[in-house]
Design a protein. Structure first.
Length: 190
């Protein structure tokens, strides 16, 4: 970190914000050494063969990272984002039947190239203990393949959460300038 952001973070009034942030969250960045895969490394989801459409489950929420919000705004899809509300982080809207708003009539993702990080890494997730990457039991259809890119996406998703927290704590001006603040203001540390 260098330049104006470093000066702001090190400013005395921000030191307390940093201390509170570290006390509230584990800010350890994950990699393959401190969060290995807890599952088969040669099996990947086979979405085409799957009968369970996770994107259509009304109980699923597609939580968005700042990078997802920026990507969707750049694609002109901001009207499909529900802003953080104090109880929930920013997330995608749903269709009336509860499915993801971007699930097309053929039950395929209509924004596949711009899909959120959480969708890119599913069914892999960082375990609650943040010591391993696990495979969701909700995914039942697998094929042979290299799981490492998806596992890395799961770690990246977690690491972006850390970046989001720091950005929310120190980058309100930048977020406002980029048009992202309206979606995340309710998440800003107090």
């Amino acid at each position: 970190m260098s330049g104006p952001l470093r000066r702001r973070v090190l400013h005395p009034r921000h030191l307390l914000t940093g201390i509170k942030l570290r006390a509230r969250y584990d800010l350890t960045v994950l990699d393959d050494d401190n969060a290995p895969l807890d599952g088969p490394p040669d099996r990947v989801p086979d979405c085409a063969a799957c009968r369970d459409k996770c994107c259509a489950d009304p109980d699923n929420e597609t939580v968005l990272r700042l990078v997802d919000i920026a990507r969707l705004l750049d694609a002109g899809l901001g009207e499909h984002i529900l802003p953080a509300d104090g109880e929930h982080p920013p997330r995608l809207k749903k269709r009336p039947d509860g499915a993801c708003v971007f699930l097309d009539p053929d039950e395929r993702c209509s924004i596949y190239a711009d899909r959120p990080v959480v969708c890119r890494r599913f069914p892999y997730r960082v375990a609650d203990d943040r010591r391993r990457v696990t495979v969701s039991s909700l995914c039942a259809s697998f094929a042979d393949g290299d799981a490492e890119p998806l596992v890395n996406d799961a770690r990246l998703s977690y690491n972006w959460m850390i970046t989001d927290l720091a950005t929310l704590a120190y980058g309100e001006q930048e977020l406002r300038a980029l048009g992202l603040w309206a979606y995340v203001a309710a998440m800003a540390p107090g």
